[in-house]
Design a protein around this ligand. Structure first.
Ligand code: UD1
Length: 420
């Protein structure tokens, strides 16, 4: 077990390079099930979730190997159509194998993900959507048991746009017979990359980047090569690191256009942002202004940046209100931030932050990926030493976060510990 030991204080200055997007790659990897052959995925980040998805594909019989940032997947042989509980409990995105397995092999046995660190996260849209495509689905012993002779095109409309369900149904529909319409689809860049990847494989998809996707099923797809898009959440987290410490940071390998909502809020907080092609430079103001945020589906402010924003607002002078409209109780970081001396109160999906810029180092505990990021950000400005325990959460989604922060001047170290 590792922990991070952080000595707060130094302003972060310099350059960091952003890695490939976890949430994009976790959809591209299972998409390889849809066509037999050899795929190459470049710009692959070294993350625990990528290892978990690799293991899951290997359990099913696919060949997976990582050399540097190049991931090779050989989907020529698949002999097990199952995502076991042991993998799904580590990573909910394992459910992404449901659509491709059903589409290509007509059967899938996928463990139900259950709850998560921040409350209920149902998968009813995935299940109802697969049923509309003609799959027979039963829930037995905690598993989704799905069968279909041949999926058939259908009209699917989500009550609310879901990233995972849009991706899963897209992967199912590309090999279905006839046309499928997905209304109120997610428009996240990671879903757009999946759709482009499937198109490159030979799928017929229209409306990419809009709320309405139409898919005309084809008989077969072919393997392709692609590079994972940059991680907009990692980039946002590092911009907040620059802003909270009062520094100037330049991030390379970004797609700034994917980050408009976050960049605009940082500007409202008083930061200066300069964009040059794929690099973003942030210069922090001497005093951060409090800025309210309501999370929303893309292109709104991402829920995956909510925890980091709360940490930033602890540094601002004044009161801000942060509302998470995507998840009901995603505030597990708040009691830990308060242990560092923050003044944050929550009710339902709203957090009120009374910022005063003063935090004091303490031992705190990671509860999930983005919560861990917010605790590290707070540790960067806390007086004295902050220890962040259970950093395996952060390794799920941030590649070498401590090395990138050290490069910017942070005093952060990974230390092995018996503490849990
Ligand atoms: C994905 C991201 C996660 C991000 C989230 C929201 C991946 C691997 N994970 O998660 O980092 O925080 O999008 O941007 O890409 N919902 C239902 N029924 C369903 C599915 C979803 O009610 O079957 C609800 C959820 O409870 C939530 C909302 O829809 O309120 C959006 O969730 P969704 O977009 O599906 O999140 P994930 O795909 O799980």
């Amino acid at each position: 077990m590792d922990k991070f030991v952080i000595h707060g204080g130094p302003k972060l200055n310099g350059q960091a390079t952003i890695s490939g997007a976890k949430n994009a790659l976790l959809a591209l990897m299972p998409a390889t099930i849809l066509a037999p052959g050899k795929f190459t995925l470049d710009n692959t980040p070294d993350l625990r979730d990528v290892k978990t998805m690799s293991q899951l594909l290997e359990i099913m019989g696919l060949g997976v190997s990582l050399t540097g940032k190049r991931l090779r997947i050989d989907s020529s042989t698949i002999n097990k159509f199952e995502a076991p509980y042991e993998q799904v409990k580590k990573m909910r995105a394992s459910i992404y194998v449901l659509g491709p397995l059903l589409a290509r092999y007509g059967e899938a046995r996928v463990s139900l993900p259950g709850g998560c660190a921040w409350g209920p996260r149902p998968v009813n849209f995935h299940i109802e959507g697969m049923k509309k495509l003609g799959a027979e689905i039963n829930i037995e012993h905690g598993y989704i048991i799905a069968k279909a002779n041949k999926l058939k095109g259908a009209r699917i409309s989500f009550d609310t746009p879901s990233v995972g369900a849009t991706g899963n149904l897209l992967m199912a529909a590309v090999l279905a017979k006839g046309e499928t319409f997905i209304e109120n689809a997610a428009m996240e860049p990671e879903i757009n990359q999946l759709a482009q990847f499937l198109k490159k494989m030979g799928a017929k998809i229209n409306g990419i980047g809009t709320k309405r996707l139409s898919i005309e099923g084809v008989d077969e797809l072919k393997p392709v090569n692609a590079a994972t898009i940059p991680d907009r959440i990692e980039a946002g987290t590092f911009l907040v690191a620059g802003a909270i410490t009062g520094g100037t940071v330049t991030l390379k390998n970004c797609i700034p256009d994917h980050m408009n909502a976050v960049l605009s809020k940082l500007e409202q907080a008083g930061c200066t942002i300069n964009i040059e092609h794929s690099s973003i430079t942030l210069k922090a103001p001497s005093t951060l202004e409090p800025v309210d945020v309501t999370t929303d589906v893309y292109p709104g402010f991402p829920t995956d940046m909510q925890a980091q924003w709360i940490a930033l607002m602890c540094k601002a002078k004044g009161t801000s209100v942060i509302t998470d409209s995507i998840f009901v109780d995603r505030f597990k970081h708040v009691p830990e931030l308060n242990r560092l001396g923050a003044h944050v109160e929550t009710e339902d999906n709203i957090a009120v932050v009374r910022g005063n810029g003063k935090l004091k180092g303490a031992k705190v505990m990671s509860t999930d990926l983005r919560a861990s990021a917010s605790l590290i950000l707070a540790g960067l400005i806390a007086d004295g030493t902050t220890e962040v325990l259970r950093v395996y959460h952060i390794d799920r989604g941030y590649e070498s976060i401590e090395k990138k922060l050290q490069q910017l001047g942070a005093q952060i170290e990974r230390v092995q510990t018996e503490e849990f």
